[in-house]
Design a protein around this ligand. Structure first.
Ligand SMILES: [Zn+2]
Length: 456
């Protein structure tokens, strides 16, 4: 069934990416406490890429009690209740998308941005098990956002609090709304789900004046970040000389702060010869995190391709998905990752920058790994080979030989996406005595099992 995926993985391996990624056939982690019990699920024969643990090779993964229990070469099928053949597929930690918009219960009466997505409907099928809403809600609406969305999401959901108390939209232009104390207090009060402060869209065209100082939004967000001891994510428009990009990443942001949309058209990332400016390297060296943040207008090959070719890949890959771009140009996390493959990043590097580095950026290093003991968030990916085209935000296309597809997603050990029915028996293998074959009239019916149920 998956022969179409075969051999492609090997073509994408780039051994020079990271020495620690060399697969050690003796790699063998056992949790002695769980060994005597049978695994609930065994993903067998897949090519595991788990950059956090330096694994890159054919390894089996066992799940028990919703956690990764064993990661070993050749686990016996007899050790598991359920064996899933994932041969020819790539098994990776559940992906993290740290720039999305998911406050879909937000009302229009706020006057702010609507068009957020239901994370469970759109992200699990892409292998994304953790997402971060980036500042759709400010302090005024954050509790409503948490009560109506975050606390009910199967997708692990975190959030940045918008520095503008009324949240994303026109109120971001009113300096009086930029309230560091209020944003910091809200983030700190919800620090199980808040991972930072967001500033965006501030004063991009009109002249600066006394009521609109150039750095009001960035500096307020950084002050809030200082107060709550969290990073800041910045959506920015440079307007030199008053507000230059080098000043943002070298002076105003702190180590650990995140510049999203790094390959948007407005950023001077590469010079006329296609070489990355020195200040980019200087900023990265001082700890600034550069996030891709594709978005409706913020990913351009003309910046990304020369930067990557010159050794400056994005620190993390993210989508900025919302209703305004999911049908184009972004589509999905896996299409964004496929674009990175098309720009000659190796598969290992693409996985690394969709798991380990975003987890680090939101200070949740326990996510994005297959470390035994961690919650079993797993994406099983196919690497399709063919003639594909991927576009950027300037309506330019590039061709690609590969496209990633998600075959199976586990969230805390639960199957939440199974594209090809891998967890189902073939029709011909359903036992004759199984309820499957019975007409409902012939006996009391039991509920049809589903992958998972929602309240609605
Ligand atoms: Zn956004």
């Amino acid at each position: 069934m998956y022969s179409k995926y075969l051999t492609i993985v090997n073509n994408l391996i780039c051994p020079s990416f990271c020495p620690s990624l060399l697969f050690d056939s003796h790699y063998n982690i056992r949790n002695e406490k769980t060994m005597p019990r049978k695994l609930e699920m065994l993903l067998k024969g897949g090519h595991v890429i788990d950059p956090a643990n330096g694994i890159d090779g054919v390894v089996d993964v066992g799940v028990l009690d919703g956690r990764i229990a064993r990661v070993e070469a050749d686990i016996s099928p007899a050790d598991a209740h359920r064996v899933i053949d994932v041969g020819n597929l790539v098994v990776v930690p559940g992906l993290l998308d740290i720039h999305v918009h998911t406050y879909h219960t937000r009302g229009r009466q706020s006057g702010g941005m609507v068009g957020s997505l239901n994370a469970d409907a759109h992200f699990l099928k892409e292998g994304v098990t953790t997402c971060v809403d980036t500042g759709t809600a400010g302090a005024e609406e954050f509790e409503h956002f948490r009560e109506t969305v975050i606390d009910h999401s199967k997708t692990r959901m975190f959030a940045y609090v918008n520095i503008a108390a009324p949240g994303m939209g026109p109120p971001e232009q009113v300096v009086a709304n930029l309230d560091p104390q209020r944003a910091a207090e809200m983030a700190a009060a919800h620090d199980e789900v808040c991972v930072g402060i967001k500033t965006a869209h501030y004063w991009t065209t009109k002249p600066f004046d006394d009521e609109h100082p150039p750095w009001a939004s960035v500096d307020a967000a950084v002050e809030a970040g200082e107060r709550c001891k969290m990073p800041v994510m910045v959506d920015f428009w440079p307007r030199p000389p008053e507000r230059s990009y080098p000043d943002l990443i070298l002076k105003h942001l702190r180590p650990g702060d995140i510049h999203t949309h790094v390959f948007a058209r407005q950023f001077p990332v590469v010079d006329e010869d296609g070489e990355v400016y020195d200040y980019m390297h200087e900023a990265r060296d001082r700890g600034i995190h550069f996030d891709l943040g594709h978005g409706a207008a913020s990913f351009w090959y003309r910046a990304a391709m020369p930067a990557i070719a010159d050794g400056f890949p994005p620190d993390s890959i993210s989508t900025d998905l919302h209703m305004g771009n999911i049908n184009g140009h972004v589509h999905s996390m896996l299409d964004t990752m496929s674009k990175c493959l098309a720009m000659n990043m190796s598969l290992q590097e693409v996985i690394y920058r969709s798991t380990v580095t975003p987890a680090s950026a939101i200070r949740r290093p326990e996510l994005g790994t297959l470390t035994p003991g961690s919650e079993a968030d797993i994406a099983v990916l196919g690497v399709l080979e063919g003639n594909f085209y991927f576009r950027d935000c300037g309506w330019a296309c590039i061709e690609a030989r590969h496209r990633l597809e998600c075959a199976l997603t586990l969230c805390a050990g639960e199957v939440v996406w199974d594209r090809h029915g891998m967890t189902c028996p073939h029709l011909q293998e359903v036992p004759p005595e199984a309820e499957y074959w019975h007409l409902p009239e012939q006996q009391a019916t039991s509920p049809i099992p589903r992958l998972w149920r929602t309240e609605a």
